[in-house]
Design a protein around this ligand. Structure first.
Ligand code: FAD
Length: 333
């Protein structure tokens, strides 16, 4: 493999119902820095159907060139058509670096494409830098977050990395920026399409975004199960609050990532923040310490969350919450 043939920082642009996802704009922000350091081009790869009009937005967010594929087979995300499209573009373009958001779509797509390109993938990166040797330094938590590992891909190209939403910074929009917009035609092999999307079911309840909420009821591993989270939802309903969470509960699959507070989640600043069964790890505190008033319930009186809380209650949250909900219900009867 002649590594010098591979040039440019390419960002996979994720869209849902033609809405460009924030993580892709954040990756354009970081990608711009990497491309400038390497003195290479920043390219947005935009797949979808009826998306042409949005290509200029990607230039305004930092891309030098947008390659788009507009095809009805790319209307909704399905693994095989998307993998075929990104694989074909990558084999034709020979990117030096490909960045993909570590969303459910990105987590599905990135490993398939990296396997087809016979290259490595570093998933869930929290930092991306360029070394003196012009290699991409991909840093991610390892061993349960106990250490940070910096990974390189010295012998293969492209260097592929996925990055969690909310970690990188978008650039300020510059509508005066100009760039090239190129349509790319993909000869899909439809015989490989084994999955059809029959129905899409949207989440029934539209919740307030946690970063906009005035009161947050946040539950961690101490709350434990989805069943116990119902007590949090009840408290939230009772006091007009929104439910959020720690990363432990997102990793456990109990809560969705858009509810996560912290370094790799959202930064929140509500009037009242309930930290329930949350230990108070530094990465969590980073996202909520600016809250006006913090109330913590934890059964361990030495839990670090009590150093940040304005009001601390030592006890079992799953016993205290039903009692609290009962008392509040009496007041509102
Ligand atoms: P734990 O640390 O397991 O704490 C559970 C707490 O509940 C304990 O204090 C325990 O005493 C208490 N408890 C248990 N049972 C009960 C009960 N019945 N009643 C009351 N209390 C009880 N974390 C985030 O939250 N957000 C982030 O954005 C984030 N980003 C990260 C980024 C990196 C790079 C790394 C390495 C880590 C990140 N983390 C993040 C993870 C973070 O380090 C912690 O692992 C995580 O916050 C722990 O979540 P937790 O407090 O819910 O769980």
């Amino acid at each position: 493999m002649n590594l010098n043939e591979y040039k440019g920082v390419y960002v996979f642009i994720e869209q849902k119902s033609r809405e460009i996802q924030n993580v892709s704009l954040e990756l354009l922000g970081r990608g711009r820095g990497l491309a400038d350091t390497l003195k290479e081009e920043l390219v947005a790869v935009f797949l979808g159907y009826g998306i042409k009009d949005q290509c200029q937005d990607l230039i305004s967010h930092g891309a030098d060139r947008v390659i788009y594929v507009d095809d009805s087979r790319l209307d909704k995300y399905l693994t095989e058509p998307y993998a075929q499209a990104l694989d074909t573009i990558s084999k034709f373009e020979k990117p030096n670096i490909i960045l993909i958001g570590a969303t459910s779509t990105g987590r599905d797509l990135a490993p398939r494409v990296s396997a087809r390109l016979s290259t490595g993938l570093t998933a869930d990166c929290t930092s991306l830098e360029i070394s003196e040797e012009r290699e991409l330094l991909m840093t991610r938590p390892a061993f349960g977050g106990n250490l940070m590992a910096t990974i390189v891909c010295p012998d293969h190209r492209p260097q592929m990395s996925s990055v969690r939403p909310g970690v990188m910074q978008k650039l300020a929009v510059d509508t005066a920026r100009t760039g090239e917009i190129v349509e790319f035609g993909v000869n899909f092999d439809d015989s490989k399409f084994k999955v059809r999307l029959i129905e899409e079911v949207k989440e029934a309840k539209q919740m307030v975004k946690i970063e906009d909420a005035h009161i947050l009821v946040s539950g961690g591993r101490g709350v434990g199960t989805a069943e116990n989270f119902k007590n949090l939802e009840k408290l939230a309903d009772n006091i007009g609050a929104t439910v959020s969470t720690s990363r432990a509960m997102v990793d456990a699959g109990v809560m969705s990532h858009d509810r996560q507070v912290g370094q790799t989640g959202k930064t929140v600043r509500p009037d009242i923040y309930f930290a329930l069964g949350i230990s108070g790890a530094i990465q969590h505190i980073a996202g909520m310490e600016e809250s006006e008033y913090i109330i913590a319930i934890n059964k361990d009186k030495g839990a670090p969350i009590f150093n940040t809380a304005d009001l601390g209650i030592v006890g079992d949250v799953n016993k205290i919450l039903p009692l609290l909900n009962n008392e509040i219900s009496k007041l509102t009867e």
